[in-house]
Write a protein that binds this ligand. Structure first.
Ligand SMILES: N=C(N)NCCCC(=O)O
Ligand SMILES: [Zn+2]
Ligand SMILES: [Zn+2]
Length: 315
């Protein structure tokens, strides 16, 4: 790297509560000559089945990211120091036309990646994972999805509608975008529509590490299982913030009791170092139901750990 990357604004010189409004106070993509990782906001929630509001997720996560510091001791890495991370802003997505929204998202994803940048997406509801996977599969072939969520999101339709936040991974599987031997959910819990949901899910390519499995097996076993499942494949990491217990993430649209702690989630993400992570998202942050930025802070830290993994993988 000839020119050193531009890092965050120095908090010892410009107070954190002063601008800029970018993720972690990083530069915008148009302020730097090279971008290794773009943080891209997708304010969109027309796919939700219950509480709306994830369209305000990107700005909430950015606001909650102001306190992040440059060095991550847990992974011994400077996530903004060894790669150029920059904020690509939000894309304008049609809230009234789902078909157009999905094609806008795929187009923006492909365009942002065109110069070789990896993309970390701030959602938005979980519908956005489908067009993101369509874009990634064009370059990487079949993708291994590591999906952190209380929900399977492999359901078929709601009100007959095929594109919703509860159905992206079923569509992705049907479209041949997924490596059916290498996808995994982490954090699944709560009531389903029927037992058949789990049978369909397995046929669509997923194995399940349940939220309850953390009680008996813990983080180390989770990391062992996911590494075995996802090695030697292009990995997409999708983090629905409702994978966390509502105590750790109240600000979300379809909360389920009995979830992961933020410590369990962050530690599990640290176990991804060395896997071929080709993209990631943090979705379903709905600030209207948040308190004291609890959910925003959790999401910002999830993004920070993902950026740390990308930084280490680049070495
Ligand atoms: N992807 C999220 N967060 N939720 C899906 C819930 C679908 C349902 O209402 O059953
Ligand atoms: Zn969910
Ligand atoms: Zn989800």
């Amino acid at each position: 790297m000839d020119v050193p990357p531009v890092g965050p604004v120095d908090a010892t010189r410009v107070p954190r509560y002063a601008g800029p409004a970018t993720f972690a106070r990083l530069p915008r993509t148009d302020e730097v000559s090279r971008v290794d990782v773009a943080v891209l906001g997708m304010p969109f929630d027309s796919g939700v089945s219950y509480r709306p509001g994830a369209r305000f997720g990107p700005s909430h996560i950015r606001a909650a990211s102001k306190l992040l510091r440059p060095y991550n001791p847990a992974l011994d890495v400077h996530p903004f120091g060894t790669q150029q991370v920059a904020d690509a802003g939000d894309i304008g997505i049609n809230p009234f036309d789902l078909g157009e929204a999905i094609s806008t998202i795929e187009g923006a994803m492909t365009e942002t990646r065109a110069s070789g940048a990896s993309v970390l997406t701030l959602g938005g509801d979980h519908t956005i994972a489908l067009p993101i996977l369509r874009s990634l599969a064009k370059d990487h072939g079949k993708i291994a999805v590591l999906h952190f969520d209380a929900h399977l999101d492999t359901w078929d339709t709601y009100f007959g509608a095929p594109y919703t936040h509860g159905t992206p991974f079923r569509r992705a599987s049907e479209e041949g975008l997924l490596d059916l031997e290498r996808c995994m959910h982490i954090g699944i819990r709560g009531p389903l529509y029927s037992k058949q949901d789990l049978e369909d899910d397995s046929r669509l390519g997923f194995t399940v590490m349940r939220s309850d499995d953390y009680e008996t097996d813990g983080v180390a076993r989770a990391v062992e299982r996911l590494r075995k499942r996802l090695e030697n494949a292009p990995v997409y990491v999708s983090v629905d913030i409702d994978v966390l217990d509502p105590a750790h993430a109240p600000g979300t649209g379809t909360p389920e009791a009995g979830g992961l702690t933020s410590r369990e989630l962050l530690n599990t993400l640290r176990g991804l170092v060395g896997l071929d992570v080709v993209g990631a998202d943090v979705v379903e942050v709905a600030p209207a139901y948040d308190h004291a930025e609890i959910t925003g802070i959790a999401a910002a830290h999830v993004a920070y750990e993902l950026l740390s993994v990308l930084a280490l993988n680049r070495r």
